[in-house]
Design a binder for this molecule. Sequence first.
Ligand SMILES: CC(C)(COP(=O)(O)OP(=O)(O)OC[C@H]1O[C@@H](n2cnc3c(N)ncnc32)[C@H](O)[C@@H]1OP(=O)(O)O)[C@@H](O)C(=O)NCCC(=O)NCCS
Length: 204
Amino acid sequence: MELLKLPTGTPKLNSKIQLTRNKKVPSYNLQDTKKSQIPIHKKQTTHKMQIKQLLKANIKDIIELEKNNAPDKPYYARYDDKALNFIFDNPKTCHAIGLYDDDKLIGWGAYRTNWYRHSKEKGVEISSIVINKNYRRKGLGTVILNKIISKLKENKIKNIFLTVSPLNVGALILYSKNGFIIFDYKKDVYGLGSDRVYLRLSFI
Ligand SMILES: CC(C)(COP(=O)(O)OP(=O)(O)OC[C@H]1O[C@@H](n2cnc3c(N)ncnc32)[C@H](O)[C@@H]1OP(=O)(O)O)[C@@H](O)C(=O)NCCC(=O)NCCS
């Protein structure tokens, strides 16, 4: 079983961490195989959290997650049905993972090898990470991000890129804390007032 790695400063897997909203004695053991599960003790109830590969059948759940948990442009560019279908129709170049609390999708992340739409440089784009509002600031965005990074590293990808709205301070901090550096800023990319910050993480 592969243990997901959390960056320095975030709670270590297998260690006691606080994962409930009211931060009461939960602990979890986050692992990432289809069989493994992350038990989360919420009050008296034990929840099980898992990372799973997402499939076309999950499109409705992803759209619902985004609708309720991610404000649209200029802050964030929500996925629509067409963009999601593109991901699942192109499994060689796109990949999406979901974080489940029991059977509820509470987070997702995706990457696509289509950075060329922004630049001539070769690389992969992390195109989305969204965490349900009720589960934020518990290290779960970091978990999804690191899962994607380690998968790309395994695939010998040298450059990982992403773009974020400059208004999206939380995301900018999340990515910066995990080694991404800002290398460009462009104005009005997605329409007037919709600027983008460009970040990269490179491996030698
Ligand atoms: C951005 C997002 C994915 C972060 O998810 P998360 O699970 O809260 O992230 P983490 O708990 O792993 O945060 C790691 C660190 O990032 C920083 N961070 C995250 N959200 C932050 C916020 N709103 N304000 C300031 N710092 C923030 C903090 O330093 C945090 O560590 P800390 O909680 O120990 O201080 C989540 O807020 C979200 O889904 N936003 C809407 C969609 C979106 O904008 N996605 C990113 C663009 S692709």
